[in-house]
Design a protein around this ligand. Structure first.
Ligand SMILES: *Cc1c(COP(=O)(O)O)cnc(C)c1O
Length: 843
């Protein structure tokens, strides 16, 4: 799929292909093209990072000059050639066995962080989504993204002289963004319609190209809509609940309709968080006429192709809607789909919730999916507890939520120097092959190479930060001499700590301020100085978050010396994040466990040789070893106990004072800090490839996408024969389960063998509808529980549909560890997602 050159203006003929380059967001991770855009318009490139804007606004005269410039033209042609070659390469996915069964993955997300020049993201969730699409392009995974185009995106931050956060909402002019209107086969602008109470809404559709991948965006700002509705897609995470629900209808239902309108062969629908959960209901509705079945059967058929990633570790963060609001907005859909509104709403309610319970989008997503997973090992287990109420009486280990730890798109976050270093060590195609050889090749880089590289990275950052502070001061209207004095801030040889993230309670952005004098002492030590760079936004409605920003400003203002060592940079976005993760020596992260579901910013420093000092939460809980960085915490949860916070602050100062600072300044005869460099090498070699979206997306494909595509293919085959059978089975189970009964169970151990004989009455179920199992909890955490299938033997005398079930199991555990249970069984069903009944002996 290539874009036809689209020209909003006339370009000199030799430069016509510039529009193809400008519209392919591959420039957001391809360092080679940075130079090209910088050459065309250095100021605009620095200020916006937006090639499409540059291409449209540069003067004709400048373009003619460039077209006649041999050096420029040869670079331009090299990049065009490079792009063509890249697109023609055989990808990882081309080599996946039976990969064609995947069809196409539709990846739904409320936000996408692809580049600061397309500001439709807020934080981690969006960055992950952007990194997924870029990696799908690299690996050749057939995928399209579905998202919303916000007229104002997420707020932009400035901070006044008193440390108060100011929020601004500059307008996202679609003509300036690197996107095009999406056209249908006839060439007219594609338009999608969704229903809102009493009216319908017309949606505009946009196309973003990301290498081999496309992202389609929807927005409500069509002049045919009423003025109020045109603003529905105004802000990301702004507005009231009603606006949010309307946004989610646009994303989910509108998004699925867009896929249908383009006639794309989507097999797998991946919900990045619950916001887009309505997509899978629309998917089911579209399957109804094709299969000639009711809504519930159509959902049974299609759900096997839906995957849900859950991102939050706290139930309060689930996306929930007031039941009255949900009724009002979903009524038109329930009517269209021929189902009772309460049947629809029940999909998003807890098992024992009444009609007044809110509509929980995460519940809805899980109930309508064929598989679900969290974003780190720890978060997987936290999520099983969160969703356990949907599976009453099932052991926690069997709540159907797995995990795939997040990663980052390495080429987006590496610096040009890091790219060069890795290319020298491992070659160009390093992020698309095997992980092990990469690690081995980096592991042999010598001390001097690594230390020079680190120094170069830090120097680059200090220069960029000085320029940012100068601009920040000028924007605040500070006197010219203060602006000019920005060049005296920071020092390129000083240990540089970075702390940048959302300012909100659980991230504890003020933990370092617990003992301000101690921090001040540590920063201004004349022999072993330390400098600290801070950044982060607090949500405009988060008062305590904004107070923490003010607290840092007050600390910095204490004295002139400190203000040279500690700086706060406004308006944390992807561009600033990239600068920081490329240059800092240590990235600090202090969340309260287990509230950082994964965290990804710390992964971005890996490729650049930065080190992590972090709470043992999220990804760091599985990545940390003493030879790659530093840890805080004791691997236990302490909620928001202020005593524990103080204790961890103490640990944080100690780690800095006793390990981080001494190791950085302990130089050998050559002037190299050996212990430091050893950590850099280990962290680069062993963590970079693992905590990459390259590893992550391959896991998505192998663990979830391909099995989901096959499962949904089976259910849809032959007019949905299997789905009908499954639905009949599920109804049969529902009807007869209450009468299923376990009679007597005899368990006894003899010479290391457990003999089991149990009597089970099946009511009117067929013998294959259920499975009788012997169960024992796992002995160790994170291992599977013990399960053995009992074999049906002779019928019970005098009973209808009652049988003996027996097993003989070698064991060294006590009889008391074991219990017998009956669970639903069907070869195509996913248990307990397709049927959550369970019957235990002695219940
Ligand atoms: C990577 C990134 C994030 C996510 O970082 P966390 O580790 O979740 O704090 C947030 N915002 C921006 C701008 C980022 O680049």
């Amino acid at each position: 799929m290539d874009l036809k050159p689209y020209l909003p203006r006339e370009l000199p003929p030799p430069l016509e292909a510039l529009s193809v380059l400008a519209l392919d967001l591959r420039w957001s991770w391809n360092h080679a093209s940075d130079e090209l855009w910088r050459l065309i318009d250095p100021d605009l490139w620095e200020a916006t990072g937006n090639p499409w804007l540059i291409m449209q606004s540069v003067s004709r005269e400048r373009l003619d000059t460039l077209a006649a410039d041999e050096a420029f033209m040869s670079e331009f042609q090299r990049i065009i050639r490079d792009r063509a070659e890249n697109l023609a390469e055989t990808t990882w996915f081309d080599r996946v066995e039976r990969g064609e069964e995947l069809g196409l993955v539709a990846y739904f997300s409320m936000e996408f962080g692809l580049s600061e020049s397309l500001p439709i993201y807020s934080g981690g969730l969006g960055i992950l989504a952007g990194d997924v699409l870029k990696t799908a392009s690299d690996l050749g995974v057939p995928m399209v993204g579905i998202g919303l185009l916000y007229q104002q995106g997420y707020f932009r931050q400035a901070i006044n002289g008193n440390g108060e956060q100011l929020a601004y909402f500059p307008f996202n002019d679609p003509a300036m963004l690197p996107i095009l209107p999406l056209r249908d086969a006839s060439g007219s602008w594609l338009r999608i319609q969704v229903e809102l109470p009493g009216r319908s809404l017309q949606l505009r559709c946009w196309d973003v190209q990301i290498g081999r991948t496309h992202l389609y965006l929807l927005d409500a700002n069509h002049p045919v809509n009423n003025p109020r509705d045109r603003g529905i897609t105004g802000e990301l995470y702004g507005g009231d609940n009603e606006t949010r629900l309307a946004q989610e209808i646009i994303l989910g239902i509108g998004g699925w309709r867009l896929l249908e309108a383009l006639d794309l062969p989507v097999r797998v629908c991946h919900l990045n968080e619950g916001h887009a959960a309505l997509a899978v209901l629309e998917r089911a509705a579209r399957a109804m006429p094709q299969l000639d079945v009711d809504f519930v059967t159509a959902l049974r058929a299609t759900r096997a192709g839906n995957i849900f990633t859950t991102h939050t570790p706290v139930p309060a963060a689930f996306d929930r809607f007031d039941p009255l609001l949900a009724r009002q907005y979903l009524e038109p859909y329930a009517t269209q789909w021929g189902i009772d509104l309460d049947t629809l709403l029940d999909l998003g309610r807890g098992v024992s919730d009444g009609a007044d319970a809110p509509l929980n989008m995460a519940y809805l997503a899980l109930r309508a999916s064929g598989a679900a997973f969290g974003v780190s090992r720890l978060h997987g287990s936290v999520s099983r507890a969160l969703f356990a109420p949907l599976f009453p009486r099932w052991p926690l280990d069997e709540v159907p939520i797995g995990h795939i730890t997040n990663g980052v798109h390495t080429p987006t976050w590496d610096s040009q120097a890091a790219d060069a270093l890795w290319t020298r060590a491992c070659g160009k195609a390093r992020w698309s092959g095997e992980i092990k050889p990469v690690a081995e090749k980096v592991a042999v880089l010598d001390d001097e190479t690594l230390w020079n590289f680190r120094a170069q990275q830090r120097h680059g950052l200090i220069g960029a930060l000085r320029a940012r502070i100068a601009l920040q001061r000028a924007n605040r209207g500070e006197p010219q001499d203060r602006v000019a004095a920005s060049v005296n801030l920071l020092d390129p040889n000083t240990l540089t700590l970075g702390f940048a993230r959302r300012f909100t309670g659980y991230k504890r952005p003020n933990l370092l301020l617990e003992q301000p004098e101690r921090l001040a002492r540590l920063l201004s030590d004349p022999h072993r100085p330390v400098q600290l760079v801070l950044a982060g936004k607090a949500h405009p409605k988060d008062g305590p978050g904004q107070a923490m920003i003010r607290q840092w400003f007050e600390f910095i203002r204490q004295n002139e010396a400190l203000s040279r060592h500690v700086i706060f940079i406004e308006d944390y976005d992807m561009a600033l994040a990239a600068e920081l993760v490329q240059g800092v020596d240590v990235w600090i992260n202090t969340p309260r466990r287990p509230w950082e579901a994964s965290g990804t910013s710390g992964m971005k420093v890996l490729v650049n040789g930065g080190l992590n000092l972090s709470e043992l939460d999220g990804w760091w809980a599985e990545a940390y070893t003493p030879d790659v960085g530093w840890a805080l915490g004791d691997r236990a949860e302490h909620d928001s106990d202020p005593v524990w916070d103080r204790h961890e602050a103490e640990m944080l100062y100690q780690v800095l004072e006793e390990s981080v600072i001494p190791d950085f300044y302990a130089r050998d005869a050559r002037g190299i800090p050996q212990r430091w460099v050893a950590r850099v090498r280990e962290s680069m070699a062993h963590l970079t490839p693992v905590y990459s979206t390259n590893r992550m997306l391959r896991e998505y494909v192998e663990t979830y996408y391909l099995p989901a595509a096959r499962a949904v293919g089976n259910r849809l085959a032959r007019g949905g024969e299997a789905a009908r059978a499954l639905q009949d089975w599920a109804r049969r189970i529902d009807a007869h389960w209450p009468a299923v009964r376990i009679g007597g169970a005899n368990l006894g151990v003899e010479a290391g063998v457990l003999h089991v004989d149990v009597q089970v009455f099946l009511d009117d179920l067929q013998v294959d509808d259920v499975c009788v199992q012997l169960f024992a909890n796992s002995v160790e955490a994170d291992t599977a529980p013990e399960r053995h299938v009992l074999v049906r033997s002779e019928p019970l005398p005098g009973a209808v549909n009652g049988f003996h079930y027996t097993a003989h199991v070698a064991t060294n555990r006590s009889v008391a560890d074991y219990t017998v249970r009956v669970v639903p069984n069907h070869p195509l069903a996913s248990i307990p997602l397709d049927s959550r009944h369970i019957l235990w002996d002695h219940e």
